[in-house]
Design a protein around this ligand. Structure first.
Ligand code: SAM
Length: 375
């Protein structure tokens, strides 16, 4: 575990992730009943931007600073003319103690969530790294709504679902120090979580280096059993280098209705303000819409499709013609074929670009030390 979020706090990826987090919490608050925020990878909760780590990378200068101080970065945009969600998000950052005279500290997702939550809402935060977990614990020592667990967030998830409130949001924001392995862990965790709590809202952050690395993962998520799957992405560099963080995205499983409408203008504004040498790009589209068929893993001939549908509709399975072989060895598998194969995708809406293309072999990015993955 080399990754420390202090090196990356407030960067362009945090801007996207934390704006989406606020939009989700606000959507939860449209109902008066309490909800629970569950974080699998919480971090330490608060980061000094004038500290050694943030000073070393300066990533926040190309992230939140560009939104707060657009004129310093040659943009004619006015912070006051930002879309309301982005304005509320920036105001919440500036309201954190320490930022009275301008941006000095950056609250991590747990603190941002806690500041947005109501008295009756609650949070369950997991953080594996002992020092980060100690800081997190200290931060929320006096807040009875917040529960900190120093443990593996994927393992903790199982025991925390479904939350007693029966409403809530799970944020999965791992370090991706080994990208393919992290995808696998997320897939296993989401599979188990969807069985325990199929109606929960799950927000999963992912880095984009090479686009081809991400496609199979997105395809798996759109087939994981969620009713609706929304994807929001922001790219500040071309997605053609495995060595740096070119962009990032959030996939939201069981996304609240109209979340795409809520996020569209903020994403546009982020892209405008976070552009560097080239215009930043964004995507916002439904990978799966309610009632639509999840994308097929691979095109099947109609006869095979009909046979599979017939099989799926038979419960319990009908008696088979007598044979010496045991039934299980003859029955075609009802398990969906591997999601790592190319597939077609349901219609997208509000997208600036097309659906994920078919997967291709991915090269694993080199493992980083110190600050961990570039974020
Ligand atoms: N969500 C935080 C935020 O937005 O402010 C940032 C989290 S950071 C990207 C990832 C964190 O996950 C690091 O603090 C790291 O120590 C922690 N971590 C790594 N592996 C973990 C695991 N298996 N379970 C829980 N935490 C883990």
């Amino acid at each position: 575990m080399n990754y420390r979020h202090a090196y990356h706090a407030g960067n362009f990826a945090d801007v996207l992730k934390h704006t989406v987090l606020l939009a989700l919490i606000e959507a939860m608050q449209s109902k008066p009943t309490p909800f629970c925020v569950i974080e699998t990878h919480a971090g330490s909760g608060c980061y000094a931007l004038d500290g050694r780590e943030a000073g070393k990378t300066g990533e926040f200068k190309d992230g939140i600073s560009r939104l707060l101080y657009p004129d310093l970065h040659g943009s004619t945009a006015k912070a006051s003319s930002l879309p309301p969600l982005l304005r509320r998000w920036l105001d919440s950052i500036l309201a954190v103690p320490g930022n009275e005279d301008g941006l000095k500290v950056y609250p991590g997702s747990p603190l941002q969530a806690a500041n947005a939550m109501r008295a009756e809402d609650s949070a369950q935060l997991s953080e594996l790294h002992p020092e980060e977990a100690t800081l997190l614990h200290e931060l929320f020592r006096r807040d009875p709504r917040i529960h900190v667990h120093q443990r593996d967030g994927y393992e903790a998830l199982n025991g925390l679902l479904p939350p007693k409130e029966k409403r809530g949001l799970v944020l999965i924001d791992p370090p991706y120090e080994a990208q393919e392995a992290e995808y696998k862990r997320i897939e296993l965790a989401v599979k188990a979580a969807m069985q325990r709590w199929p109606t929960g809202v799950y927000a999963i952050w992912y880095p984009i280096k090479l686009r081809s690395q991400v496609q199979p993962f997105l395809r798996w998520l759109s087939r994981c059993g969620a009713k609706r799957v929304l994807r929001a992405e922001l790219m500040v560099h071309p997605d053609d280098s495995p060595l740096r963080l070119n962009g990032s995205g959030m996939v939201i499983l069981n996304a609240p209705w109209k979340l795409d409408d809520t996020l569209r203008e903020p994403l546009q504004a982020m892209a405008r303000l976070l552009s560097k040498d080239r215009p930043a790009e964004w995507k916002l589209d439904w990978l799966l819409q309610e009632g639509a068929e999840p994308p097929a893993p691979s095109p099947l001939p109609p006869s095979r499709l009909a046979a599979l549908r017939l099989l799926a509709s038979r419960t319990p399975p009908p008696p088979r013609p007598s044979s010496s072989a045991p039934p299980s060895s003859r029955a075609p598998s009802a398990r969906p074929p591997s999601s790592r194969t190319p597939s077609s995708r349901p219609t997208s809406s509000g997208s600036k670009s097309g659906p994920p293309s078919s997967s291709s072999p991915s090269s694993r990015p080199p493992r980083k030390s110190g600050p961990g993955r570039p974020r």
